[in-house]
Design a protein around this ligand. Structure first.
Ligand SMILES: C[S@@+](CC[C@H](N)C(=O)[O-])C[C@H]1O[C@@H](n2cnc3c(N)ncnc32)[C@H](O)[C@@H]1O
Length: 377
C-alpha cells in the first residue's frame, strides 16, 4: 500500500478525533495525551507569536544589547542605564528577550547572553540580515492585500534593484541606482560567509584551474578563492554598478591580477567562456522559472565539455515539509520579485532540461542555510 494511502487514513482519523469533544477531553486528561496537548499548545502559541519574537530580536539588535553583553555578563542596573528606557518598558523588553531565549539573568542580578544570544551577537552577517528585515516586516503588515493585489509595490522589491520593478520608479530611485547596488551588495558581502563556509567545506576547488562566479556581487567569494588557491584564475561577473564595488574590493585585497572583474548583464550578454567551473551563489532563487532556464542555458553554452557548474543557495526542503525556513523564503522571495526557493531535486531536473549531463546534490552541514547542487556540462 502506498504512502499516500496511509497519509489519507491518518488525516481521516485526525479529522474525526479533533471534531470529538470526548476525545479532546480524553487527550487533556490522559498521561500521554497531556504531553501531546502541551506540545501542540506550545506550537500553536509559537505560530501566533512568531512576529512578536522577531520584533523583540530586532529591538535587541537595534538597541545594541547583544553587543553590550557579548564580552561578559553585566549588572542589571548597568543594562538599565545603557538602554535608557522607562522601567516598565525595560521590564517588557528584558522579560521578552529572556522568554525567547536570547538573554538570561542569574541570581546575582547579572544579565548574560544565552547560547542563542551569542550565536547572533558574534555573527555580523546575521546581525545585518536582522536589521534589513525591518523592510520585510513592513511588507508583511498587510499580508492579505499582498497576496490578493497584483504587482503590489513592496519595500523589498525596491531594495533589490536588479529584480523586475513593480510600479513606476521615481526619478530619484533611478538616480540612486549605484547607491542602491552598493547597499544590497554590502549586505550580501557581509552575510556571504554564512554560505561560503559551507561551500568550501563541501567542495574541493583545487580540482579547477579557472572559476567564474556569476552574480558574484562585491567579489567576496572570488577573493576568498584566489587567496585559498594561489595561481587559480578567478573572475567575478555582475552588473556594472555592482562591479564598481567589486573592483574596489579586489584592489583593497591586492588581488587585481588574480581576480578579473567582468561587468555585464547575465540575461543579455554572453557568459564568458574559458572557465572550467562556474558558480552561482545565492543567484537563482531570486529569479523566475523562465529566467533561471535562460541563465542556465547560457552558462551551459559557455562551459567546455566536462566543465562544472556549482549552485549554492538556501534550497526548499523535499523531505521535511514544515521547515520554518521554507516559509521564510517563500514569502521573502515573493515580496522581493518573481523568485522562489527550489529544492535540489527541482534544480537537478531543470539542469537536465538545460543540457547538463549530470547533476547531483552535495552534502552540507547546514542545509537550512546552504544547499549545493553540482552539475556537469
Ligand atoms: C543575492 S545577490 C548574491 C551575491 C553573491 N553571489 C553572494 O552570495 O553574496 C545576487 C547578485 O546577482 C546580481 N545580478 C542580478 N541580476 C543580474 C543580472 N541580470 N546580471 C548580472 N548580475 C546580476 C546582483 O547584482 C547581485 O550581486
Amino acid at each position: 500500500m502506498s504512502a499516500n494511502f496511509f497519509r489519507s487514513v491518518k488525516r481521516k482519523i485526525v479529522r474525526k478525533v479533533f471534531q470529538s469533544d470526548r476525545f479532546k477531553r480524553y487527550l487533556e486528561t490522559s498521561f500521554i495525551g497531556q504531553y501531546f496537548v502541551r506540545r501542540q499548545a506550545l506550537k500553536s502559541f509559537d505560530l501566533m507569536a512568531g512576529f512578536v519574537y522577531s520584533q523583540i530580536l530586532l529591538c535587541c539588535v537595534k538597541l545594541d544589547i547583544l553587543n553590550l553583553l557579548k564580552d561578559g555578563p553585566k549588572d542589571i542596573d548597568r543594562v538599565f542605564n545603557f538602554l535608557n528606557l522607562d522601567k516598565a518598558k525595560f521590564d517588557c523588553l528584558f522579560m521578552g528577550a529572556s522568554a525567547i531565549g536570547l538573554i538570561e539573568k542569574d541570581e546575582g542580578d547579572l544579565i548574560d547572553l544565552t547560547v542563542q544570544g551569542h550565536i547572533f551577537a558574534n555573527d555580523k552577517g546575521l546581525l545585518a540580515l536582522i536589521l534589513h528585515h525591518e523592510m520585510f516586516y513592513r511588507d508583511l503588515m498587510e499580508p492579505v492585500s499582498f497576496l490578493k493585489e497584483k504587482d503590489k509595490e513592496t519595500s523589498l522589491n525596491r531594495y533589490w534593484g536588479y529584480v523586475e520593478r513593480r510600479g513606476v520608479p521615481s526619478d530619484t530611485e533611478l538616480e540612486q541606482k549605484t547607491e542602491n547596488a552598493k547597499r544590497y551588495s554590502e549586505l550580501m558581502a557581509i552575510s556571504q560567509p554564512l554560505v561560503t563556509d559551507q561551500i568550501f567545506s563541501a567542495y574541493d576547488f583545487t580540482k579547477h584551474t579557472s572559476v567564474l562566479d556569476v552574480g558574484g556581487g562585491k567579489a567576496s567569494f572570488s577573493i576568498r578563492l584566489a587567496k585559498l588557491i594561489p595561481g587559480i584564475k578567478v573572475a567575478n561577473l555582475d552588473l556594472p554598478e555592482v562591479c564598481k564595488e567589486a573592483k574596489k574590493n579586489v584592489s583593497k585585497a591586492d588581488l587585481v591580477d588574480a581576480v578579473k572583474i567582468i561587468p555585464g548583464n547575465f540575461f543579455e550578454d554572453e557568459i564568458p567562456s574559458g572557465y572550467d567551473l562556474v558558480t552561482l551563489i545565492r543567484v537563482l532563487y531570486d529569479h523566475s522559472e523562465e529566467n533561471v532556464i535562460k541563465l542556465l542555458q547560457l552558462i551551459r553554452k559557455s562551459l567546455p565539455n566536462n566543465g562544472k557548474l556549482l549552485i549554492a543557495e538556501p534550497m526548499a526542503n523535499d523531505n521535511l515539509p514544515g521547515m520554518s525556513c521554507d516559509a521564510y523564503f517563500w514569502f521573502y522571495l515573493a515580496l522581493m520579485g518573481k523568485g522562489r526557493p527550489r529544492s535540489s531535486r527541482e534544480l537537478i531536473a531543470i539542469l537536465r532540461d538545460c543540457g547538463f549531463s549530470k547533476a547531483r546534490c552535495l552534502k552540507t552541514t547546514l542545509p537550512i542555510q546552504t544547499g549545493i547542487v553540482l552539475a556537469e556540462a
